[in-house]
Design a protein around this ligand. Structure first.
Ligand code: MLT
Length: 244
């Protein structure tokens, strides 16, 4: 009898190295609800060119000099030389040149993508904005799957954990995965107890407050809508692009 694929949540990128999932043949789903994977999923759904992910700010500036449009932040503040904030609304509302080449950098989400990619067969991006599309993708791939929360500078984040639990909830209800590790059960339990008020719960999170103070409250709020995007972005060789 064939064994069921496993589903595991890592609550921070730092805990990825300690995962129970064996080997490096799994699918990794990277989550940074506020806001990297929300923005990148929106970008990939609208732009015609792959998005370069560059975490080194000097290299990012060099890309700007080459003509790239820059989307970049550190700790929620838009980088001074960026052309655009880390904000999904700009892309969902088509406020940008969709044929331009873009480069992206962010405090946590950008790093998490590289950490996942170093050790996984395939890396995709998840957010409430493309929740069902990610669930369907995971179900169809039917691989051992690790959901990695980006957190904030190595710490737990409520919004990523809630969404990790939300993904697990739908995946195990709609297909046959077995849950690995206590962190997976914890994420699922937190989601199941807060799901009816998940927006209000996330509005009490540290990073939501941080973004509100920076005048980015509306941007954060827009990241909490479910299923505005029906595509899934993948991260491969330093670039994000939609899976066709
Ligand atoms: C991150 O990668 O840490 C976030 O996207 C920060 C932000 O909200 O801009």
């Amino acid at each position: 009898m064939q064994e069921k694929p496993t589903l595991e949540v890592c609550l921070t990128p730092q805990l990825y190295a300690k995962r129970n999932t064996i080997g490096d043949e799994h699918l990794a789903v990277v989550i940074d609800v506020l806001r990297a994977t929300s923005t990148l999923s929106a970008m990939a759904s609208r732009l015609t060119q792959p998005i370069k992910i560059e975490q080194n700010l000097d290299k990012l500036q060099a890309l700007k000099a080459q003509g790239y449009k820059i989307v970049s932040e550190r700790e929620g503040c838009t980088t001074d030389f960026a052309d655009y904030a880390n904000d999904p609304i700009l892309f969902l509302d088509n406020q940008v040149d969709t044929d331009a080449h873009f480069a992206f950098s962010s405090t946590n989400g950008g790093n998490a993508l590289y950490i996942a990619a170093a050790d996984a067969r395939e890396v995709v991006l998840g957010a409430f904005l493309n929740w069902d599309a990610v669930v369907n993708y995971v179900k169809n791939r039917n691989l051992d799957t690790v959901i990695m929360c980006s957190g904030f500078k190595g710490n737990f984040s409520l919004e990523d954990t809630l969404f990790a639990g939300a993904l697990c909830d739908k995946i195990i209800n709609e297909s046959d995965f077995s849950l690995l590790s206590d962190s997976t059960v914890a994420a699922l339990t937190i989601w199941q107890s807060l799901q009816k008020n998940y927006v209000k719960s996330i509005q009490q999170s540290e990073h939501y407050h941080r973004l509100q103070k920076l005048g980015m409250g509306e941007s954060a709020f827009q990241c909490l809508f479910a299923n505005k995007i029906n595509t899934v972005a993948q991260f491969k060789d330093g670039y994000c692009s939609p899976i066709k």
